[in-house]
Ligand binder design. Structure first.
Ligand SMILES: C[S@@+](CC[C@H](N)C(=O)[O-])C[C@H]1O[C@@H](n2cnc3c(N)ncnc32)[C@H](O)[C@@H]1O
Length: 284
């Protein structure tokens, strides 16, 4: 529809009984700073959602006659239930398992197995994503080789709290989670409780309780945001920094930005199209 008429047409669709109308926008994002700009266009595509019994009425409606449109019928599904069918316990690496909350009661922990129970909500962090897997294994390696140095950790961009749970399971005394999205914070708190983890605060950015030093900062956030958070991460004076959420094509930019001062890169790796970096303070 012509962009100038979009509001009027949307109103008309609601009058016809639409339960929702959405517009596909195009963006450009020229820099690494992740501030996308909307591209203005003369025509826009609208998606309108109606109850299925409205189909005939819509086909005869005067409003739609003036435009080209497709009418499709979608099956009504319980999407969360569909998705749950495929989310099964899985081993991230040797003996570390991620287990969906509904499998907790039946999941048998044998020998040296560790489990992180996750209730998938609106937060990122079911453990299935490459960026999370890279973080978990880097936490394991870092804590196994230098645990005596790491008594406190900040999980920046904590999502489901999956990394905070693991840091506590690995014996880090003080762990703090920081998450910008209030709904994810709620899910993160739920997951901490599900794993019987106590004493981990889940805070929003800017909370004054974050103003302290941490031995380790783990940040799994998309690379453009990591660049923006660089000074904040350094301000915690960490001995070690784990950065994940880095598209491999942007890895060199991140290395350059984070190693220009007093940190050097001591490990890095890739999974799918993602990379992680482990940085160590040169003061150590
Ligand atoms: C890729 S997810 C990582 C979730 C989890 N830590 C994991 O490893 O699976 C990144 C999270 O960072 C959060 N986030 C983005 N910018 C943030 C900021 N400036 N401060 C805190 N959290 C932020 C997002 O809301 C999202 O939940």
């Amino acid at each position: 529809v012509p962009a100038l008429d979009e509001e009027l047409i949307t109103l008309g669709l609601f009058e016809l009984g639409a339960q929702g109308v959405s517009q596909d926008l195009s963006f450009i994002q020229e820099s690494q700073q992740y501030d996308p700009e909307i591209i203005e266009t003369s025509d826009v595509d609208l998606l309108a959602f109606f109850a299925p019994e409205k189909k005939e009425e819509l086909e005869n409606s005067q409003l739609l006659k003036d435009f080209s449109y497709d009418l499709t019928v979608e099956k009504n599904k319980d999407w969360l239930a569909e998705w749950k069918k495929h989310f099964k316990p899985f081993e991230v690496f040797d003996n570390l398992w991620i287990v969906p909350s509904w499998e907790k009661k039946d999941f048998l922990l044998k020998d040296n197995m560790k489990a992180i129970y996750i209730e998938p909500g609106l937060a990122f962090g079911t453990g299935t994503h490459a960026t999370t897997k890279l973080c978990l294994s880097s936490i394991f390696k870092t804590l196994s080789s230098s645990s005596h140095l790491i008594n406190s950790a900040l999980d920046l961009g904590s999502g489901s709290s999956v990394l905070s749970i693991y840091l506590k399971q690995m014996g880090v005394d003080k762990v703090t989670a920081c998450e910008i999205d209030p709904l994810a914070r709620e899910n993160g708190k739920f997951n901490l409780e599900l794993n019987s983890i106590k004493n981990v605060e889940v805070l929003g950015p800017g909370d004054s309780s974050l103003d302290e030093d941490y031995d380790l900062v783990v940040a799994n956030i998309i690379d453009g945001v990591l660049l923006k958070l660089k000074e904040e991460i350094f301000s915690k004076k960490p001995k070690f920094i784990i950065l994940s959420g880095i598209l491999t094509e942007n890895k060199s930019k991140l290395i350059e930005a984070f190693t220009s001062g007093s940190y050097s890169m001591i490990d890095s790796g890739e999974l799918d199209e993602w990379s992680f970096l482990l940085l160590k303070s040169e003061a150590l």
